[in-house]
Write a protein that binds this ligand. Structure first.
Ligand code: LMR
Length: 336
């Protein structure tokens, strides 16, 4: 049967319209995917908070958003993840505050200064107040929106010899995060700092590439670092926390209602994270003790004072890099 040209043209138009409707309907149904990459184990404060955010975000958006959590450096390792976020290959991260200088935001290294926070309350006064908000705003020009701070508590030190006095660190190859403040901290103790990605740390301790490290107990235990560290000192000499960040273009491009629902999900996940951070680290330290692999030392007030004195020079060495104002503002706020 020969069909006229106008008929065929009409048929083609109708078919194209059907296809377009089907595509837009499919797009309307396809969830907005948030890839959330991080470098620690699921059973850590950050790992559990990421799962809690996933649960809340998918519930609160009624399924319009799907969160895919990739723990343990499965998707990206330390340095790679920041680049991936800026390229939009992932939408959300929660890097340690020690890892923002590659973005050119060196002020976050203030959180690495030894003994800068006398307590968790002092820390929260900074992160939940004007200073914390101001620091997150500095990320905007890098194409990143800072949503929240998550906590992983104070760090312990470990090695295969007791670390009780600053002199005990002399010559030790100590793994650190890639932070110039932590580099200065280890040099002030006479150690040789070795910056490694988190995913490389446990193997490096096992193989003797490095001899010791620092981290909160939850990271040490979940990566089984204690199996290669005969001694651990509960020094609480430094803090490890995170900024939860998203790709700004992605975030600004979300439908307003969805963004608001995700902000509420992040608020609730952050409150949850705050309630589990300390007890997760306490439980990890207890698990290390029970493993029997590692002798756990605590410092006397006299020994703590010696550690503080040894690391004090880090402040003057680093104030030009971090910014004297921000360091003074944090110290004022933290010691009010
Ligand atoms: C480290 O590299 O030691 C930590 O930043 C890992 C983490 O994300 O807690």
């Amino acid at each position: 049967m020969n069909r006229s040209a106008p008929y065929l043209k009409l048929l083609a138009t109708v078919l194209l319209a059907c296809a377009a409707t089907a595509t837009s309907a499919a797009r309307a149904q396809a969830p907005i995917v948030i890839k959330f990459s991080h470098v620690v184990a699921p059973d850590t404060p950050k790992g559990r908070a990421a799962e809690r955010f996933k649960l809340l975000a998918e519930q609160m958006t009624g399924g319009r958003v799907k969160v895919e959590v990739y723990p343990n450096s499965q998707l990206y390792r330390d340095r790679e993840e920041l680049e991936a976020l800026q390229l939009g290959a992932v939408q959300m991260l929660a890097p340690s505050l020690a890892k923002f200088s590659p973005l050119g935001v060196k002020e976050f290294e203030a959180f690495d200064l030894p003994y800068i926070f006398p307590s968790k309350e002092a820390l929260y006064a900074v992160t939940e107040g004007r200073i914390g908000r101001g620091l997150l705003r500095k990320l905007e020009s890098k194409g990143i929106t800072g949503l929240a701070y998550w906590d992983n508590g104070f760090k312990v030190m470990s090695a295969n010899k007791p670390l009780l006095a600053p002199g005990d660190f002399r010559g030790l190859r100590m793994r650190i995060q890639a932070s110039r403040v932590l580099d200065a901290q280890m040099r002030a103790l006479g150690a040789q700092p070795v910056a490694l990605a988190f995913s490389e740390t446990a193997p490096a301790l096992r193989d003797g590439v490095v001899e010791g490290t620092e981290n909160p107990p939850s990271n040490m235990f979940t990566q089984r670092m204690h199996e290669s560290q005969k001694h651990l000192t509960v020094s609480n000499h430094g803090y490890l926390g995170y900024a939860v960040i998203v790709n700004k273009k992605f975030w600004d491009g979300l439908p307003g209602a969805v963004r608001k629902q995700l902000e509420r999900a992040m608020l609730e996940a952050t409150a949850y994270e705050k309630t589990i951070a300390q007890r997760t680290n306490d439980a990890a330290l207890e698990s290390i003790r029970r493993a029997g692999t590692t002798t756990i030392h605590t410092l006397s007030p006299q020994q703590q004072a010696e550690w503080r004195r040894a690391m004090q020079p880090v402040y003057t060495q680093m104030e030009d890099r971090i910014g004297k104002d921000i360091v003074e503002a944090i110290r004022r706020e933290a010691n009010r």
